[in-house]
Write a protein that binds this ligand. Structure first.
Ligand code: ADP
Length: 291
């Protein structure tokens, strides 16, 4: 099964063009959709999840026409939105059972399915508590449990690790990495580390456009030997960013010191040293239009 998106466009009534000719081929496995805030990730995710319409373009999931046959998509979709509402009074177990009913899971299987999911996401001990009392990490694990109801073939998780502390984030990574091989999991995120840890394929989007699609390795390979770093002083930042202009990958603080990172086929001199490109450099070089 593959999700194929072709020439998707979306302009909101306020004139913001959130998707510009987006085309992607998304195979099974974990797929990272990486982009800064406002890139268009949620718009794309909501469109695939049949929650809003695109202006033009097509999307197919196996033999399902995603934009037209919404019911068929919903039968195979698990979706963890950026924010989901919960009822304060009912327990996680009851809430999941309620969602199992909505998913059409037969009555005689609901308890078994719900209990197995609660154990799988490590919330069994907390099943009697209300989701509204959960910590951020527990809430996201509950979100995965509800997304897994009904054995979905396409799972969409929108910015799932924003707001989690490092321990919670790790537990969440482990949980996501255990989702079956034969499922498409799209992880939308602005956090480079999410993609680095989990994804075998990725796309970088910015301003509604796809700037890169492929494996993380190939993107790193393309930058190999072309990233040069230099530690500068705060007073020099303006001078360097001006001077390197369209070759500037990033200027950021590392251990309190500004480090400037530039793209160059050969040694730019001036005290720059060859650096190992990581996915951060790929991300910044794409969104800053450097490489
Ligand atoms: P991301 O998920 O990458 O942060 P979004 O898809 O939420 O990006 O937003 C993409 C762009 O579309 C942003 O400029 C955002 O302000 C705008 N946008 C999102 N939703 C709406 C909406 N319902 N109406 C108008 N503009 C919107």
């Amino acid at each position: 099964m593959q999700l194929t998106i072709q020439n998707l466009n979306k302009t909101y009534p306020n004139g913001v063009q959130a998707l510009r000719d987006v085309s992607l081929e998304i195979p099974t496995g974990m797929y990272g959709l990486l982009g800064p805030n406002g890139a268009g990730k949620s718009t794309l995710m909501r469109t695939i999840a049949t929650l809003q319409d695109a202006d033009s373009g097509t999307a197919t999931l196996g033999d399902i026409d995603v934009l037209k046959d919404k019911d068929a998509v919903r039968r195979v979709l698990g979706y963890l939105p950026q924010e989901f509402g919960v009822y304060p009074r009912i327990s996680a177990q009851e809430m999941l059972k309620h969602l199992a009913v909505l998913k059409g899971i037969p009555g005689n299987r609901q308890k078994e399915v719900v209990d197995a999911l609660l154990q799988r996401v490590n919330l069994w001990e907390h099943r009697k508590k209300s989701v509204s009392s959960y910590s951020g990490g527990m809430r996201q694990r509950f979100g995965i449990a509800q997304a897994l109801l009904g054995d979905p073939k396409l799972i969409i998780v929108d910015e799932p690790t924003a707001g989690l502390d490092p321990g919670e984030r790790n537990r969440f990574y482990n949980l996501l990495s255990e989702i079956g091989e034969n499922v498409i999991v799209i992880l939308s995120t602005h956090i480079v580390e999410d993609v680095k840890e989990l994804c075998s394929n990725m796309a970088i989007i910015h301003g509604g456009q796809v700037l890169y699609a492929g494996t993380p390795e190939a993107s790193l390979q393309a930058l190999s030997g072309k990233v040069w770093n230099k530690v500068i002083t705060k007073a020099e930042i303006g001078d360097y960013t001006g001077r390197f202009g369209d070759r500037l990958i990033s200027s950021r603080l590392v251990a309190g010191k500004p480090i400037i990172s530039v793209f160059s086929d050969s040694d730019p001199g001036d005290g720059f040293a060859a650096a190992n490109a990581g996915l951060e450099e790929v991300f910044f070089s794409k969104i800053n239009g450097v490489a």
